[in-house]
Design a protein. Structure first.
Length: 352
């Protein structure tokens, strides 16, 4: 009976969150993904419960008598393990495994022709849409979406790019949308996805310049890919960050005060367990100076509640102020595209 209650609670928790995300993003939360997420989270919770039971048995052997000392020690260690191990483990698991929201429509819904494309990165199949424009000899713009989103959610900037006469490639990052993979690293390992998308454009449209229009997580991945491989003739980075730890401590970990740093380090460990990557290396401001050799436009809304706009100011300083900077007044996270000047800013930057 208790197992059935737990299953219902898990279905309600995971399914409710997936449903709300799908409603907010305009996509759908497939039943197969719900089943996978519930099963995975259920196994994790069972594992934590077994660990907890094993810990109590170990204490009982260490302190055989049921005394106040054993009860106090058990409670103290239990609290420490829950706060220091169990909670960070669950938190990291939920963050590194985004709920997959599948696209509910296609570019045809916004009046654009397109064709489905696919390419691979790190052995994962990535799903994309190529949207042709009327002027086939112009540069191709790679549009990179943010965390917990998919390619459909970024059709608005693709419409703007198409109106300016540029072809566009829009794709789902690993563990997002219709692409393969189960774990995300917030843009660190996703740099390989950006490189694969860039290489696809080069193979299929040889000789044509490639521009980048990237948002949030996608922009951080673009920084790493462009710095490592010299990609893109022009780069637009919108609503992104310079240091993942700083953003996490300013937002997600902020309520924990002095415990934020230890929690970050425990989270790093569990993130490495899940992905094999150390997200402490995810500091785009350390490498963005390499992007200043070509035109670079940094955009951020001043009321971004997810990633403070001061992150883009730090990126701007890290380039040696060798970039264009546009802080959009009162703009929230990735809502900068709604500003009436956005298309004209892109037009001027791409054509300059």
């Amino acid at each position: 009976m208790r197992a059935a209650i737990y299953l219902v609670l898990l279905l309600a928790l995971v399914g409710g969150r997936g449903y709300m995300l799908a409603q907010a993003l305009g996509g759908r939360y497939p039943p197969a993904e719900l089943a996978f997420d519930v099963a995975a989270l259920g196994l994790i919770i069972v594992g934590l419960r077994l660990f907890d039971a094993g810990m109590k048995r170990g204490l009982a052997r260490l302190i055989p008598q049921d005394t106040r000392l054993r009860r106090g020690t058990t409670r103290t260690l239990h609290a420490l393990i829950v706060l220091g191990v169990g909670f960070p483990f669950l938190l990291v698991t939920l963050q590194f495994h985004p709920q997959r929201i599948a696209p509910g429509g296609t570019p045809k819904n916004v009046g654009l022709d397109y064709r489905d494309v696919a390419f691979t990165a790190d052995g994962l199949r990535l799903s994309g849409w190529f949207i042709p424009a009327r002027e086939p000899r112009r540069p191709v713009v790679l549009v990179a979406h943010g965390f917990n989103a998919n390619k459909e959610n970024f059709l608005v900037p693709v419409v703007l790019v198409n109106q300016l006469g540029y072809d566009a490639l829009l794709f789902d990052f690993r563990a997002h949308g219709a692409s393969g993979g189960r774990a995300s690293t917030f843009g660190l390992e996703e740099a390989a996805d950006v490189k694969a998308a860039h290489d696809w454009i080069r193979r299929t449209h040889p000789g044509r310049p490639v521009y980048a229009l990237a948002y949030s997580m996608g922009a951080s991945a673009t920084v790493h890919a462009a710095a490592a491989h010299g990609l893109f003739e022009r780069r637009v980075l919108d609503s992104t960050f310079g240091d993942l730890e700083r953003v996490a401590r300013a937002t997600l970990l902020r309520p924990f005060g002095p415990l934020a740093r230890p929690l970050w380090n425990v989270g790093r460990f569990w993130g490495w367990v899940w992905t094999g990557a150390d997200v402490d290396r995810h500091r785009p401001e350390r490498v963005i100076r390499a992007l200043a050799d070509r035109p670079l436009l940094l955009i951020h809304g001043t009321r971004d509640r997810l990633i403070p706009h001061t992150e883009t100011l730090r990126l701007y300083e890290a380039t040696g102020r060798r970039a264009e900077l546009w802080l959009v007044p009162d703009g929230d996270h990735v809502q900068t595209v709604d500003h009436p000047e956005y298309r004209d800013r892109l037009r001027a930057f791409f054509a300059s």
